[in-house]
Design a protein around this ligand. Structure first.
Ligand SMILES: Nc1ncnc2c1ncn2[C@@H]1O[C@H](COP(=O)(O)OP(=O)(O)OP(=O)(O)O)[C@@H](O)[C@H]1O
Length: 627
């Protein structure tokens, strides 16, 4: 499955893995021997427990010799202490196997990554290596758990069976058949269970990958209107995971059966056959000892085995096979994958889907755009009208905008200034229709914006936030995203030149080259977003500090380009130069709002004077030296 996808045949991986595992064990014979040796000491307890109990009963307590009975129990207690010591040493010996395994796997992963980086034009995916080393840690921990569980079962079972034999071979004859049958069933179901477990892990990973892609590409998905398609794909993956988990659960039942057969049936048989056993010379103490062997040694060891080999072992197999098949091609699923994978992000695929006939939502957005380039007749209503608008972000919070009345004629260029947190973005959000006033009304070109759909709003205004959005696709796709119709020839090139985007376009390899958003600087992303808005036919452009990452020259060029663009412009200014370029400036000062030209406000607004003074100081401090 995963191997095939990565170009390595599963059998090849299986064989390679088996050979490597054997070679690994041969190389670490001493650690294996130490582990086995300490396990023998540990198994001594399993052997002694039943015998000590049998002797304590038969030779001690049942013969009125409690001292002898207690002596046997003391011997059992000593064997428990010795076993605990053995367990501690076995863990140390385990480290002699586990750590070299981890080192070998890490070496394989890292050298694979280095080879790949050196061999081709691939970008080194550090996140893939990091994920792989995480899988190595998982393999290491699981290997330790599986080894301890398997070892514990083998030695405990050997000790218990030897003990049963020592007590009376008849006891072994009763216990062995169900034990062998249960173990046989367990072994027979290991293969199918492993396959189900792998299938489940694969569907789980597919779903995780899809969710990761969705989380990272959410904006692309929303922007390209691919929500329905993505929901359908995700639904299918959820259904596949559900089916795989159900199938796995059915096979897990076989494990319960195996434990019942191997661990619980012997208890019932021993109890049922008790009269027969006693008639054939088995003592009461031996019978009690046999019950202790089954319930205290075999059953817990069986539980550990089925748990260890059944679940963790399958997982270990899956992880090792994956690491072995291709130690560098990690299963994707992180944001880093998307950025490393130019054009591979959900956004590119969805953008492609969007251009296909019968595509989803966003085509409707585009179709809804009017074509309002050019000046509007004088009879048209104001470009922006806030009619006694009041707005607060919460029911009990102070209004950010209170009873504001503002009218902007078509073609106006307004700069909004004010201290941080005073409500500039809120005001722009109200004009854009993203926020609904608590009272009053906001209108664009005479159209009330509250309650409008995204499509209707997109036809009225274009809003560029501070955080520019660029999606995976060509530069042209990015620029024309808000244009319902292809613009006349040369329009895009003119916009690119006008906004100073030509250097970036050249660097990317032209308008039809792919853009990898992760490689753009914040300023470059802002330029692309600005050019996209510039090309939009919406008659009102709202720039919410949309030039904050541009240098002053680039900012001036962009703002002048927007000022020449037909329609109305509202910008939140963060530099004095931005404010000065505007025809009108709106100063927000809490409940007070003032507007006018730069010179008017210098005389009328103390806040504006302060801000200009501060801006000047900052500009000089920054070495700007000019306004
Ligand atoms: N979603 C929100 N929920 C609650 N309060 C908000 C929310 N958005 C903004 N505010 C609060 O409203 C006030 C105005 O915020 P706004 O972002 O409009 O100010 P601003 O002038 O644009 O600030 P800045 O210049 O720092 O961007 C602030 O006190 C802010 O904390």
């Amino acid at each position: 499955m995963a191997d095939a996808a990565r170009g390595v045949a599963p059998e090849e991986t299986e064989c390679g893995l088996r050979d490597a595992a054997l070679a690994f064990l041969r190389r670490h014979k001493a650690a294996v021997a130490a582990l086995a040796g300490w396990s023998v000491l540990e198994a001594g307890q399993a052997f002694l427990l039943g015998i000590a109990l049998a002797r304590a009963l038969d030779d001690g307590f049942l013969r009125a010799r409690p001292d002898l009975g207690l002596a046997w129990l003391a011997a059992a207690a000593v064997s428990v202490i010795a076993a605990a010591f053995g367990t501690g040493r076995a863990y140390r010996a385990l480290a002699g196997l586990v750590e070299p395994l981890r080192d070998a796997l890490v070496r394989r992963v890292v050298s694979g990554a280095l080879k790949r980086a050196a061999a081709g034009p691939h970008r080194t995916d550090a996140s893939a290596v990091s994920r792989l080393t995480q899988q190595v840690e998982l393999a290491r921990d699981t290997f330790a758990g599986v080894t301890m569980a398997a070892r514990s079962f083998v030695f405990t079972a050997a000790g218990a069976l030897a003990g049963l034999f020592a007590l009376d071979p008849l006891l072994l004859a009763v216990v062995m058949p169900p034990l062998v049958a249960g173990l046989g069933l367990f072994v027979a179901t290991l293969g199918p269970l492993a396959r189900r477990q792998e299938a489940y892990l694969a569907t789980d990973e597919d779903l995780a990958r899809q969710c990761g892609d969705l989380a990272c590409g959410l904006r692309d998905v929303t922007a390209t209107g691919a929500e329905d398609v993505m929901a359908e794909e995700t639904d299918a993956l959820i259904a596949a995971e559900f089916r795989a988990s159900r199938s796995l659960a059915r096979w897990e039942v076989s494990r319960v059966l195996a434990i019942a057969l191997a661990g619980r049936l012997p208890v019932i048989l021993l109890l049922g056959a008790a009269p027969w056993l006693l008639r054939h010379g088995v003592t009461a103490g031996a019978l009690a000892g046999a019950l202790v062997y089954v319930t205290q040694s075999l059953l817990p060891a069986l539980h550990n085995l089925t748990q260890g080999l059944g679940t963790a072992g399958t997982r270990l197999g899956a992880v090792l096979r994956r690491l072995w098949a291709d130690p560098v091609s990690a299963p994707p699923g992180s944001c880093a994958d998307q950025s490393a994978d130019s054009g591979g992000a959900a956004g590119a695929a969805d953008a492609a889907r969007l251009t296909a006939p019968g595509g989803t939502g966003s085509q409707a957005v585009r179709a809804a755009h009017p074509a309002p380039y050019g000046p509007s007749p004088a009879s048209r209503p104001p470009a922006v009208e806030l009619d006694r608008v009041t707005f607060a972000h919460g029911d009990h919070t102070r209004p950010v905008v209170r009873d504001l009345h503002l009218t902007l004629p078509e073609g106006e260029h307004l700069a909004v200034v004010g201290p941080s947190g005073i409500g500039k973005s809120t005001l722009v959000g109200l004009i854009a229709g993203l926020l609904s006033p608590h009272s009053g009304q906001a209108r664009i070109a005479g159209v009330p914006v509250s309650g409008r759909t995204a499509e209707e709003l997109a036809a009225l205004r274009v809003l560029i936030p501070q955080e520019a959005y660029v999606f995976s696709g060509t530069l042209r796709d990015n620029l024309l995203y808000l244009c319902p119709e292809p613009p006349p020839d040369g329009t895009v090139q003119a916009a690119v030149a006008c906004l100073g985007l030509d250097a970036l376009a050249d660097r990317l390899g032209g308008l039809d080259s792919s853009v990898d958003p992760s490689t753009l600087s914040t300023g470059e992303a802002q330029l692309i977003a600005l050019a996209r808005a510039y090309l939009s036919p919406a008659p009102l452009a709202l720039l919410d500090e949309a030039t904050c990452h541009l240098d002053p020259t680039a900012e001036a060029r962009a703002e002048l380009a927007f000022a020449r663009r037909p329609g109305t412009l509202v910008i939140i200014a963060h530099r004095i130069t931005s404010a000065q370029r505007a025809g009108r400036i709106l100063v927000m000062d809490g409940a007070h709002v003032q507007w006018g030209t730069h010179d008017e406000l210098l005389t009328r607004s103390p806040l504006y004077r302060d801000m200009v003074g501060h801006w000047d100081t900052t500009a000089f401090a920054a070495g700007g030296g000019h306004r």
